[in-house]
Each structure stands twice: as C-alpha cells, then as structure tokens.
Write a protein that binds this ligand. Structure first.
Ligand SMILES: Nc1ncnc2c1ncn2[C@@H]1O[C@H](COP(=O)(O)OP(=O)(O)OP(=O)(O)O)[C@@H](O)[C@H]1O
Length: 839
C-alpha cells in the first residue's frame, strides 16, 4: 500500500475550484474507518492500492442580493438557508440580470438556490411571468417541486406536468400553473407538440431551468440539445426570450458544454464556496480468488458488490452512516442482503439498519428511506445512482463506490454524498473486474488529479437532426434564417433529404410539415432508434418494460435473464417482427451474457493520419452483427456453459476510429525499445530484456496477430470511457489481421448508436493518451495470460477467443512508437478530405 497526501496542495479537481480556505481538520476518523474495513486481511492480500487525504474548506457567504424581494428571502431563510454562499449569489445575480448561466459545482453545493432565487423573485414581482423547470428524471422533478412548494410563497403556483400528471389536472396546469416542472420527454411529446394550448404560458416565459444537465450526453444529449432549440423557437413565436439557468455536476468546460446544449453563450459559475470537510479516499482492488476460474480458465476476482457488502457491514458496525453505490438495481439488492447477512452474525439488531434504495421503489418508500438515513435509523444503504442525482442527502460518514460509475463527474458526485463541514469522511472506490477499474486503482492520478471530463454530445448527428427538424417544422414552419442554430450546412443537407422523402415540403417561405399526424410521437429522444420491443410476462400479459430494438437481441434473446424492479425473469421467446419478448418469472442462480459475431465495412474516411507504417482514421462505418449464443455465468464470475442461438443479422451505420499497421512494420517489430516511453513492460509484456535495455518482443507472426489485435481492441474499449463520457456498453469494436477495406491489420472502435454519439471522435482526438492508458492497464494487471481486468470483454462475440495479452502490448507499442516517433518529428500527415472508401 502506498500513501500520499494532497493536503494543502489544492490539486483535487472537483469543481476545478482553487481550495483557498483549507481547514486543517484531521482525517483521524476516516483513517480509523479504513482500518476497520481492512482489519483481519493479511498484509500480503492488502486490497488497498492507494490512500489520499483531500482537504476540506470553509464556507464563503454573502448578504442576500439587494434585488431579491423580502418575502422570497424570508421563505428561503425559513427553509434553512440563512445567507447564500458566494457562488450562489454570483450565479443568481447573473441570471436575474438576463444572462444564461451554468452553475457547475460539487455535490450538495446549493445549486438549486441559484435558479430558485431569480425565478421566485421574478414570479413574485411580475404576476404574469412563468417559468419551466426540466429534470432528466421524474423523481428529481418531483423532489425539486416539493422543495419549491414547501417554501409556500403566495401566487407561485408550481406544478408538475409529466407522464404521471392525471388528465384532469393537465388542463389546470396549462391554464394556471406559473412554474411548470417537467422533463425533456414531456416537453417533446406533451408540450411543444401542442404548443397552441400553452400560448399564455409561452408568451410569459421568463426562465428555463435545466437541472442536472450533465446527464444529457451521447444520443440523448444530442436530442435534448435540439429540443432546447425547438423550445426557444416556440417561445420566440409567442414573443418570449427566456433566460436559461443550467445546473450541472462538476464538468470540464461548462460554458462550452452549455453552449453546445442550448446553442447560446452562458456564464459559467464553477467556484464552489460551500463548506466541505476533509475526505480520505482509498482505492481498493478485490483479491483474485484461488478457487474459481472464469472464461477460458482465466482467474477471477472477488466481485466488487460482494466486497462492498463486506465494507458496508464493517462501517455500520463502527456506527458510520454509509452509502454503497452499486452499478445495477439487482446489485444494490444483493449488496444490501450481503451486508445484512454479515451483520446478522455480529449483532441481529444491526441487520435492520441496512437497506437498499433504487429507482422503481414507490416515492413514499424512497422518502421514508431518505428520512431514516438522515435520522440515523438507517446506517447503511446500498443504492444505484438513484441517490446520485439531486436527492438532498449529504453529510454522511462514508461512501463506498463498487465499480467506476462511468465518469469522473459521477465519481465526485457520489463521493460527495460523504462529508460535512468540519467532519472528515471516508470514500472507498472498489474496482470491478474490468480494465478501466484496474487501471484506475493502479493510477490514482487518473482518478484524483484529473479535471472532470466534458460532456459529449453531437447535435449535428444526421440521425438525430432529421427527426428533430421534422418536429421543429411541424411546430412552426422552419425558415432559412433559423438553420444556423440547427447546424447550418448539416441541417440544410438533412432538410433536402426530408423534402426528397416527402416528409417536409419546401415553399418559398420555408419548410412545412406535410402530414396531419404529429411527428413527436414517433421520435424517441432517448435514442433507441425505432419501435420499442415490449417485454411481457406471458402468463399474466403484464407489460414489464420495453427495450431498444437495437439492443433486443443482446438483452432479451431467448434464455436471457431479464431483471425488472428487483424481480428476475427468463425470456422464452423473442419476436422481432411483432416487437415482443415473452418472459416468465424465474430467479436462476446465473446471469447471462450474449455472444455476437460482428463484421465492419468502412463507408467513408473523414480524417486520416499517417505515422510511418501506422495509419489512424476517423470515419463512417457499417457494423453488421448477429447474436450467436450466450454464456450462463454465476455471480462469482464462474462460467457454467455457452448456449447457441439462431437470431437475424442487424446493421448499424455509425462513426468509428481505427488504426492499421502495415506488414512491414509488423515484421520489423522483432525488437521493441522498452525505453521509448519509459514504461517497464510488466507481467503482460513478455519477452526478455537484453543488456541495452531492449526487450525482445514476443514476435507477432501471423498465428499470434489475431489474438494480439483482439486483446488490444478489448482493452481499448474498456479504457475509452476515461476520455469520452461513455460507458463501455455504448461502444463496440472489431479487430482483424487483414481488413478488406484497409488492406492491413486493423483495430476499429465504433459508437454503438446510429450516426454516432461523439465517442469515436473523442477517441480519435485523444488517441495517444487513450492507447497509452490501454497499454498501462494491460501491463499493470498481474494475471498471466488475460482476464476480465485487462483484455477479456464481458460482451465479446467470440467468447474471448483468441486473446493474446503479451501480443496486445506489442501491438500497442508498435502503434504508440510510430505515433510518437513520427508525431514528434512532424511526419504525421493529416488528411481531412472526405474519402469514400467503399461503395
Ligand atoms: N447558502 C446555504 N447555506 C446553508 N445551507 C444551504 C445553502 N444553500 C443550500 N443549502 C442546503 O444545502 C443542501 C444542498 O442543496 P442543493 O440540493 O441545492 O444542492 P445541489 O448542489 O443541487 O445538490 P446535488 O449535488 O445533490 O444536485 C440543501 O439541504 C440546502 O438547503
């Protein structure tokens, strides 16, 4: 174990705020809690790879701004806010003065006040003014509405308008509500589609609040970005020009992100002046299990969920109020049960102090759990990210994160639930058996010292633009002068094809929607692309949920275990023609993971760079895939068997980043200079070092090349989420020793959504650090020949065969060596021409 303290350095990146007023409170309590969690583990199996102490800071407060009406201040005061923190005053005042604002500060830093103050002040001083609040989830919208209603201000008339609002109430909301709490889905289908009925509301619209806006990423983010442009057009149509106030978790480049999301400039408020206690962050790698093996006999680690249950139980025994964040709903239930089982053996009374929390619980149940946690009736809660967004829970003693939550923003948001002013808190990050998590526990700087990533979205994706422009034209005919807001040339090209397809009609005054039907109902802004597949319990005909058509073959294939609200079902039949998956209730001890075979065709190359014998490209591809079977796996990771399936082929047209290596370079790579990047080749690199510090490469003959490329591809997919805000399930990859379009050994990594979501583009932009981190992740894994922590993929179509761990390091050394050599000497040739590669 190695320890390091960041105290007093202010390098911790949360909120990018310089921590000016560090308090020197000690981290004794957090260290004691950590010692408790590791008690009894022999030194040689110490799972803690790193410990860092992060300093706390004191609050910085201001007076209430002079423009805020006395009744609003009184109401907010009685709600518990005595005086605003500096960043709240700065943000609220900018919004009051008419600037768009994005406040991007840490967890529980009082972001709500930044919009509540100007909105409420406007509503009480101008009796006709209205405002709209948008949250990514209904639960968050309900929480925020509750907070505003509790202030009990005369005449504000705040009300929700979402899928749960009864029909009879909707009329009242449209006519009388002054602050409408809704979500993007309802804005799209229920408000903009029939805006004439909202005329009075739009005419007086002064503010639009976009809460937790960092969750608008990928394809969903692209839809929301265009939806917000549609909202502005409709408001303009009624003569209104609302101010946008955006609240976000800490994110890099918040002003740029806000501009991408809304299409207009915004003032960024990032200096977090709320108080915070010091925190100790421990990185934890579960041990390899001696008794179990996974796919192809690979070693298996103890699961992060089981490890989190044990840590949760130990911390509860110490009396520490702890949240354990787990990636899935099922996992949250299992971790809670695991902790209860341990506690029952120690002291049965403690068993009752642990519970699970996740989406799918009734609102009353969730409120009760939150209240029990705050009142210390509950000490430990295992939760999904349902407790990450917006819910007013903070000041806990510890947070355990079982698995990397996908983004640094989420990592800090979840760990921010622990710690209150003056008191220290413990954060434990437990790695899952996955290359990204492995990399992070061995590279603490990638977790603790890196600025949070920017949120990736691409509003000019033609697959998003086309339906959104159709909706816009149906709402108010589109004029030529409006197209810049929708992407300019890209929008014009998409409009031409919509006209050619008869969806829109071009007239001298603009583009018109031709049908009587409203397009909004056929456009799913969550990015599923097409008619949803209904998951139905055959015996009762009950609709359990829906899945995207694009993921139906992988998630609800016959035999798949399908989890819904904590209950488990097994799929009997999938009918893609009728869009129906029939299931029955069953809770087998295994879970299932699909196996698919994938082929890829290059359609167009947009960017190309040559580095000696290595070429890297960004472009459009067609990915053809077929699910051929699935694995049945025990929660421990042990594989029971593989079952074959016969399902149809599917095609995805999307963006990809790829690199190719020519034959000459592959053959001349018999010797790789390990000093080129200063990284010693570890267990995975293989080969023997000679006296000059040169390592004889294992040699990539044609027999080893496919496994080497395949392993390099898997690890690269695992690491891309470090550079693009995506999940490894949002992206895919293909590798081949000889690709028909490139004519060379090629590794592709592609977006998993039609038209792309910006992830491959991020990978292309960060190719060297991305591939260097990929190499590091492989090398730092101690397994001998490849395991889920490095080169095995949980969704590999070929059952993780062939995989050559040492070969992957050689492939990455070749690519990085060429890029660094040629890049450094300026030989990297950039071609930005649109080059159609295949017919
Ligand atoms: N100036 C203040 N002084 C004291 N308490 C405050 C102040 N501003 C906000 N709070 C309290 O801090 C808590 C967190 O506020 P809020 O929920 O607005 O934070 P947030 O940044 O939106 O949180 P999240 O990260 O969960 O989105 C609330 O209980 C709120 O009442």
């Amino acid at each position: 174990m190695w320890h390091r303290s960041l105290s007093g350095v202010g390098r911790h990146s949360e909120g990018c705020a310089i921590l000016e007023q560090m308090n020197e409170a000690s981290t004794t309590r957090a260290r004691r809690l950590l010692a408790r969690a590791t008690a009894g583990i022999p030194e040689r199996r110490d799972p803690v790879t790193h410990v860092a102490d992060l300093p706390g800071r004191d609050a910085e407060v201001t007076e209430w701004p002079s423009w805020s009406p006395a009744e609003v201040v009184t109401a907010l005061r009685s709600g518990g806010v005595d005086r605003p923190w500096t960043h709240q005053t700065t943000g609220a005042t900018a919004a009051w003065e008419g600037s768009d604002v994005i406040v991007a500060t840490g967890t529980a830093s009082g972001k709500s006040l930044v919009y509540q103050l100007p909105v409420l002040s406007t509503l009480v001083t101008d009796s006709s003014a209205t405002a709209l609040y948008l949250a990514p989830t209904k639960a968050l919208g309900a929480d925020q509405l509750g907070a505003v209603t509790d202030l009990d201000l005369d005449g504000v008339r705040a009300a929700s308008y979402d899928g749960d609002t009864p029909r009879e109430e909707r009329d009242w909301v449209r006519k009388h509500a002054r602050w409408v709490f809704s979500n993007p889905d309802m804005l799209h289908r229920g408000i903009l589609s029939g805006h004439a009925r909202w005329a009075a509301f739009f005419r007086n619209l002064r503010y639009v609040v976009v809460d937790e806006c960092h969750s608008y990423r990928g394809v969903f983010g692209s839809h929301v970005a265009l939806l917000l442009r549609r909202l502005q057009r409709v408001a303009r149509h009624y003569g209104a020009a609302p101010v946008f106030v955006l609240a976000s978790a800490t994110t890099a480049e918040p002003a740029e992100f806000a501009a991408r999301l809304t299409g207009r400039p915004a003032t960024a408020v990032t200096d977090d002046t709320s108080p915070r206690g010091p925190r100790t962050v421990a990185l934890w790698e579960p041990p390899l299990l001696d008794e179990l093996t996974g796919e192809n006999g690979a070693p298996v680690r103890r699961s992060a969920g089981a490890e989190a249950a044990r840590i949760l139980a130990e911390l509860v025994i110490e009396g520490a109020r702890t949240l354990a964040f787990v990636r899935s709903r099922h996992g949250a239930e299992l971790t809670s049960l695991g902790a209860k089982r341990i506690l029952a053996e120690v002291d049965p009374a403690l068993e009752e102090t642990v519970a699970a929390y996740r989406a799918g619980y009734l609102p009353e149940e969730r409120r009760r759990l939150e209240a029990d946690l705050m009142a210390r009736r509950l000490l430990g809660v295992a939760t999904t990210n349902a407790l990450e967004l917006g819910v007013d829970i903070s000041g806990l003693d510890a947070a355990v994160l079982a698995g990397y939550p996908g983004t640094l923003a989420s990592f800090w948001q979840q760990s921010g639930r622990a710690g209150r002013a003056g008191d220290d808190a413990l954060v434990v990050f437990v790695a899952r058996d996955d290359p990204l998590d492995t990399y992070l526990v061995h590279h603490p700087e990638a977790l603790l010292d890196r600025p949070v990533e920017t949120t990736v979205l691409d509003p000019v994706n033609p697959y998003v633009l086309a339906p959104q422009l159709a909706c816009a034209a149906a709402e108010v005919p589109l004029k030529a002068g409006e197209l810049d807001a929708f992407g300019g040339d890209e929008a014009r090209a998409v409009l031409e094809s919509l006209v050619a397809d008869g969806v829109l009609r071009r007239r001298p005054s603009g583009w018109y929607w031709t049908s009587r039907d409203r397009p909004q109902f056929d456009v799913d802004i969550r990015g599923s692309g097409g008619e949803q597949v209904a998951v139905v319990e055959a015996e009762t005909s009950r609709l359990l949920g829906t899945v995207d058509p694009s993921s139906a073959c992988t998630t609800v294939h016959p035999g798949a275990v399908y989890l819904h609200q904590g209950s488990s079902y097994v799929v009997d039949e999938l009918d893609l023609q009728t869009g129906l998956a029939l299931v029955h209730a069953e809770d087998p001890e295994w879970n299932t993971s699909p196996r698919e075979v994938i082929d890829i065709e290059v359609l167009a190359t947009h960017q190309k760079q040559h580095f000696g014998g290595v070429t890297v490209c960004l472009g459009d591809v067609a990915v053809t895939s077929r699910v051929v079977g699935y694995l049945r796996r025990l929660p421990s990771g042990e594989v029971l068997d593989q079952v074959a399936l016969d399902l149809p082929e599917e095609e995805l047209r999307t963006r990809a980043v790829w690199y190719t290596i020519n034959d000459e370079l592959l053959q001349s790579a018999a010797c790789v200079d390990t000093e080129a990047d200063g990284a010693g080749a570890g267990a995975g690199a293989g080969g023997v070092e000679d006296a000059a510090g040169r390592r004889e490469a294992p040699g990539l003959g044609s027999a080893r090349l496919p496994g080497a490329l395949h392993a390099a591809e898997h690890a690269a997919i695992g690491l891309l989420p470090l550079f693009a805000t995506c999940d490894r399930w949002d992206i895919g990859g293909v590798s081949t020793a000889l690709h028909a379009d490139t004519g060379e050994a090629t590794v592709f990594v592609h977006d998993g959504h039609p038209g792309g979501a910006g992830f491959a583009d991020r990978g292309f932009a960060a190719l060297v650090p991305w591939l260097a981190a990929t190499r590091e992740a492989i090398v730092s894994c101690e397994c001998p020949a490849g395991c889920p922590s490095c080169v095995q993929s949980p969704k590999c179509g070929n059952g993780n065969e062939p995989l050559d761990k040492a070969g992957a390091v050689t492939v990455l050394d070749i690519v990085l060596g060429a890029m660094r050599r040629d890049g450094a000497h300026g030989h990297g040739v950039v071609q930005a021409a649109d080059e159609a590669t295949a017919g």
